[in-house]
Design a protein around this ligand. Structure first.
Ligand code: ADP
Length: 328
């Protein structure tokens, strides 16, 4: 059976980008057709300046939201990364496999280290080694498929390189994973700045729809989206990124094709209104289930405890084999 692994960082509140780019497919596709593990990857939230209480709170909120979105513990495994030691155990072996040069070439490292420096912070070593821990997250489970948004493509490529290198040098140990993407909305853009992705860690929150935003807040954010100075609704990511982004969001919400949708609209106003309505409807059941689950923290705890046990069972033999293969 195909093994699937993917994760989400508790560095902020989950966004529409996280949902359309990743979580929705985990719910609708991956948990039904594979042995799937989904993790709130809390260790990855420590790579930049962080508040311990906030990380703990966001970890629980992310796990609750994954369940509210429809991940079913009877079909898949939901757990918190730091509850399973195999991730950090394997990460060190992969640090001994990766090179300094290939990590410094990672786009996300370049961007985030520049941001940290610009705000006067020192750059944590873990920001550089982050893709190695991510590779460990994936490889520890003998993962075949990694359903992620477009922004993670480079990290999954590195994971493949490390797996191939390790296998060639020390004998076959890891499955070689591949990234899978949604047909549309693999890169949801910020509504106020459609040249940058809708990322949850953005401080101001401008142009970002959060999964727990109230319907009127969602509507306001979508209605205020930046389009362009033209008036024709065309699907053109290059020249009209704001409009293309709205079309992709609307298409993803209704399983439609953004190019075809473009022809149905005569004005930006109508497109925005329908997009806002569609997003509100997609998020409504999720918000409702979140409220129920958040009122019953014991249930979430039980799911995470069992999830960690199941994850450990799957990771331990792979990581033990890697230790033996490398000479320990
Ligand atoms: P973030 O960038 O919001 O911190 P994570 O690194 O936690 O997101 O990623 C969780 C999942 O959500 C990944 O599969 C990532 O590719 C996906 N994702 C994040 N932002 C977007 C976006 N704007 N559009 C599509 N997918 C996204």
């Amino acid at each position: 059976m195909t093994r699937t692994f993917s994760g989400i960082k508790p560095t902020g509140h989950l966004t529409l980008g996280n949902y359309l780019g990743a979580v929705r497919r985990w719910v609708e596709v991956d948990q039904h057709r594979s042995d799937a593990l989904f993790s709130v990857v809390d260790l990855h939230a420590l790579t930049v300046e962080h508040d311990p209480a906030r990380v703990r709170r966001l970890t629980r909120q992310a796990a609750t939201l994954l369940l509210a979105a429809g991940l079913d513990p009877d079909l898949c495994t939901v757990f918190v990364q730091s509850h399973v030691d195999e991730h950090t155990r394997l990460s060190y072996l992969l640090e001994c496999t990766a090179t300094d040069g290939e990590l410094r070439r990672m786009i996300q490292y370049k961007e985030k280290s520049a941001e940290a420096r610009a705000s006067g912070e020192s750059v944590r070593f873990s920001l550089l080694s982050y893709p190695v821990l991510m590779a460990a997250d994936i490889l520890a489970y003998g993962t075949d498929e990694v359903p992620v948004g477009e922004d993670q493509t480079q990290h999954v490529e590195l994971t493949r390189d490390l797996a191939v290198r390790f296998n060639q040098r020390y004998g076959h140990t890891f499955a070689i994973p591949k990234a899978t993407r949604p047909p549309v909305a693999a890169r949801v853009m910020n509504l106020q700045d459609p040249t940058s992705k809708m990322g949850k860690s953005h401080d101001s929150g401008a142009g970002i729809v959060y999964l727990l935003d109230e319907p009127d807040v969602v509507r306001k954010k979508v209605m205020r989206a930046v389009t362009d100075s033209g008036s024709e609704v065309a699907y053109d990511r290059e020249n009209s990124p704001g409009v293309a982004n709205l079309l992709e969001i609307l298409a993803a919400c209704g399983n439609a094709d953004p190019g075809e949708l473009a022809g149905a609209y005569a004005s930006y106003g109508a497109l925005k209104k329908d997009t806002a309505d569609a997003v509100v409807e997609v998020l409504r059941p999720l918000r409702e289930r979140h409220a129920v689950l958040a009122a019953d923290p014991g249930q979430v705890d039980a799911v995470l405890k069992e999830g960690a046990e199941r994850a450990r069972e799957r990771a331990r033999p792979v990581v033990d084999a890697a230790y033996r293969a490398i000479g320990l």
